[in-house]
Design a protein around this ligand. Structure first.
Ligand SMILES: CC(C)(COP(=O)(O)OP(=O)(O)OC[C@H]1O[C@@H](n2cnc3c(N)ncnc32)[C@H](O)[C@@H]1OP(=O)(O)O)[C@@H](O)C(=O)NCCC(=O)NCCS
Length: 130
């Protein structure tokens, strides 16, 4: 989503980016959610807090736009500090074969994922990522 494509600028250049795209959680019902991906900070600018700011700002804006949850497939030790937990705890499954601990979800509003079990359906572009 263009509204959820954010950049980090330093020294008059873009040094980091985060994107969130719309997904659906398909179970007995279908729920709208967001996927956080991709995200990157160029190596010379890593470990300065930029990645954390991008995540925090992105989650804040996602909530402002009315989204209740975000899913991420990523580093298992990085995302929990923002409040992400294993998505499997909420019965949310990944369509790709990945270790359980790398597929995570966060509620942007209290209990947003209660009862929203199902399998995540990403847009087709994600199926082409290897
Ligand atoms: C992941 C990434 C975006 C973090 O950006 P950053 O600006 O360095 O992040 P921050 O400075 O906000 O945070 C650094 C913290 O994250 C931790 N961290 C960075 N990469 C990590 C990883 N792969 N796994 C676990 N922790 C990681 C650092 O150890 C540091 O921890 P500390 O705050 O406890 O010291 C950056 O390392 C990157 O672009 N990596 C390559 C692309 C990538 O992996 N993207 C994410 C795909 S899920």
């Amino acid at each position: 989503m263009p509204e959820l494509s954010l950049v980090a600028e330093m020294d008059d250049k873009i040094v980091g980016h985060i994107l969130f795209s719309k997904i659906q959680i398909v179970g007995e019902s279908i729920y709208d959610s967001l996927a956080l991906a991709p995200m990157a900070v160029i190596p010379e600018y890593q470990m300065k807090g930029l990645g954390s700011k991008l995540v925090a700002r992105g989650l804040y804006r996602a909530k402002e736009l009315g989204f209740n949850s975000v899913i991420v497939l990523g580093h298992k030790d990085y995302y929990p500090k923002f409040g992400f937990q294993r998505a499997s705890k909420c019965g949310i499954k990944c369509p790709f074969k990945v270790p359980d601990e790398v597929f995570m979800a966060i509620e942007l509003t209290e209990n947003a994922l209660d009862g929203e079990s199902g399998i995540v359906q990403y847009s087709d572009e994600f199926n082409e990522v290897e």
